[in-house]
Design a protein around this ligand. Sequence first.
Ligand code: COS
Length: 388
Amino acid sequence: MTLIPLTEEQREIVQLARGFAADEIAPHADKWDREAAMDLGVARRMGELGFLGMLIPEQYDGLGLDTVSYLLALEEIAVADASTAVLMSVHNSLPTQMLLNYGSEAQKDRFLRPMARGEKIGAFALSEPDAGSDASALRCQAMRADDGWVLNGTKSWVTSGSFADVIMVMARSDSPDARRGSKGISAFIVTPDLPGFHVGKKEDKMGLRASPTVQLTFDNMRVPAANLLGQEGQGFVYAMRSLDNGRLGIAAQALGIARAALSASLDYAAERKQFGQPIKDFQAIQFKLADMASRISSARSLLHLTALAKDRGESTTLYGSMSKLLASETAMWAANQAVQIFGGYGYVKDYPVERLFRDAKITEIYEGTSEIQRIVIARELYASRNMD
Ligand code: COS
C-alpha cells in the first residue's frame, strides 16, 4: 500500500483491480507467457471495467479519475501479469493522452471515445530500427499529398501493435533536404485499415512474452489530412510530454513486478526449510526481504507524490524520470533477490519468480532506458538551477 492517504474511492478501485487481477489474470499468466499469446478477452473486460479510460474525462466516456487511482490499479494488474499491465499502461498513458491533449473535437469523437470505453486499443510508434534512445533521429517520412499525407518507413518495438486499432505515429513532415531535427516531426493518427499499413516482424522476447511487440511498416500509406494530430512539426514535443506520463505507468508496472517478487519470496521463505528451520529465520533472507520492501515503498512513495504533482498541473519530467528509474531498478533488483531466495527453484518455470525476473528487465529499457532517465534528470537539475 501507499503512504499517501487514500480516498474511499481510491480504496475501492484498488479492491476492484485486485479482485479482477486475481480472478481473471493471475490464473492464466504463466500459460500466456509460455504460449506468448495474449487473451484479448481480458483487454475487453478491462475496457468494460473502465480500466482503459481511467484518465479520460467523463465527457469523453472515460472514468475521469486522478493519476494516483490509475497507478494503483495498474500496479494491481502488474502484480498478476506485467504483459497485461503494459497494454493498460501504453493505452492510458500515451495514445489516449495525446488525443485528449492535442486532438480536435472531431478526433476525440472518432478515436478517443471508443478508446476510453475500451472498444479500441491504442498503441504508440516512435522508435525505429535506427532511432531508439535518439528518438529525434527517426526517418519515417510523411509527404504531403493532395488529400492528406503519404507515409513511408518502419516503426519498431510497438507494444500491442499487432492488434491496436489506433496508433500514434511520429513521422518527419519536413522535406528531406531541409531536415529540422526534432522540429520537423509530426504526429499522425494511424488505423490498420489505411492502405499501405503492414504489421511486420513480431519480436521473440526474453520477457513480457504475452504482450506482442511488433514492427510496423508503411508503404506509401495514405493518411487523411484529418488524421494529423495537433500542429504540424510538434510531434516530437507531444511524444516527449506523453512519455512523461508513460514513464509513471511503467514505474507502476515495475512496482507490481517487484511486489509480486516480494510476495512470492515471503511465502516461499516461510515454507522452505533448510538446516532444520524455515529459511525466513535466517538473517541473510530477512535482509533481502527487508531491502525489497524498503525499496518498493520508497519508489512507490516518490511515484505517488509525482502523480499528485501532475494532477496539480506541475511538470513531471524530473520526478517522473526519477520514479521510473527507481521503480524499474527496484523491480530488476527485487526479482534478482527473489530468484536467489528460491535458489534452484527460482531458475525454473515451476515458480513465478523466473517469469518476474524476465519481465522486470524491460522496465529498465522501454519508454526510455535507465541511462536516458539519468540524462533527463541531470538536464533538469541544471535547468532548475539556472532558474534559481
Ligand atoms: N516535455 C516537453 N518538451 C520536451 C520534453 C519533455 N519532457 N523533452 C524534450 N522536449 C522538447 C525540448 O524542449 C525541445 O524543444 P525546443 O527545441 O523547442 O526547445 C525538443 O523537445 C527537443 O528536445 P531535446 O533537444 O532535449 O531532444 P534530444 O534529441 O536531445 O532528446 C531525449 C532528448 C534523449 C530525452 C529524448 O530523445 C528521449 O527521451 N529519448 C528516449 C526516447 C524514448 O523514451 N523512447 C522509448 C519509446 S517507447 S518504446
